[in-house]
Design a protein around this ligand. Structure first.
Ligand code: ZN
Length: 238
């Protein structure tokens, strides 16, 4: 039995815990998927960039491949929710700034969490995928240096984005955090830049952030975050 509350954004871990290198996968994909059907995240050791669409999880890896994910795959960080998007508008010839403006409907920012979904064609897409690192894990800044960047033109696909209010920078990244999956799986990953050719822009607002923490992880429990440069590191890496 599942109460599919579409007003809840569920988050496992925080971006802050990645900063000092707490990259252990602390939640299994099958457990994550009990909290939604749509989401983003990363694997243990920053093992690629994850996107969950229609209840199916995919990994864009640093070799440029899109892989299915097993139910035992573990994540140190992920966002997930039950999709209930409302179509806002159609959008064409749009940069990330244009999309942000359209999604915010003229407001400079939002104090609420919401998700943006763009399905359509993209005249340009630039993504990155971090390569999996092994123990002992290094910091987020060091680990994220080992990443591949992918670019393509004229690709159809889905852009999935989460907006977090600036107040929550640290737990999440303030503003938009976007992942992409091409319809033909030719490209995916954490979005660095894009140009929408034609698409539909849909939006889903949340009234609740459900923040789940890895309370059984000894490294997390023992870590002192007061010395970590969390805000700056997240701004640079995400
Ligand atoms: Zn990402």
């Amino acid at each position: 039995m599942n109460m599919k509350n579409t007003n809840i954004l569920y988050q496992h871990g925080t971006l802050a815990l990645l900063v000092p290198g707490l990259l252990t996968g602390t939640l299994k994909m099958k457990n994550l998927l009990s909290h939604g059907d749509t989401g983003i995240g990363t694997g243990e050791g920053l093992d690629g960039e994850l996107i969950i669409l229609n209840g199916i999880a995919y990994q864009a890896d640093s070799f440029g491949k899109v892989n299915p994910i097993s139910s035992e795959f573990t994540v140190p960080f992920a966002n997930i929710h039950y999709a209930d998007y409302k179509k806002l508008t159609t959008i064409a010839n749009a940069s990330p700034a244009d999309l942000a403006k359209a999604a915010l409907q003229g407001k400079p920012n939002s104090n609420n969490f919401f998700s943006v979904l763009v399905k359509g064609t993209f005249s340009y897409m630039k993504t990155r995928a971090v390569a999996k690192s092994e123990r002992p894990f290094s910091t987020l800044a060091e680990t994220a240096k080992n990443q591949s960047v992918f670019e393509t033109k004229n690709v159809a696909g889905t852009l999935l984005s989460y907006y977090s209010p600036s107040l929550f920078h640290g737990a999440a990244v303030a503003g938009y955090h976007s992942h992409f999956l091409a319809s033909d799986h030719s490209i995916g990953g954490h979005v660095l830049d894009f140009k929408i050719d034609q698409g539909t822009l849909s939006l889903q607002q949340f009234d609740t952030l459900e923040q789940h923490l890895p309370i059984d992880n000894e490294e997390f429990n023992a870590h002192d975050f007061s010395k970590d440069d969390i805000a700056n590191t997240i701004s640079q890496a995400e």
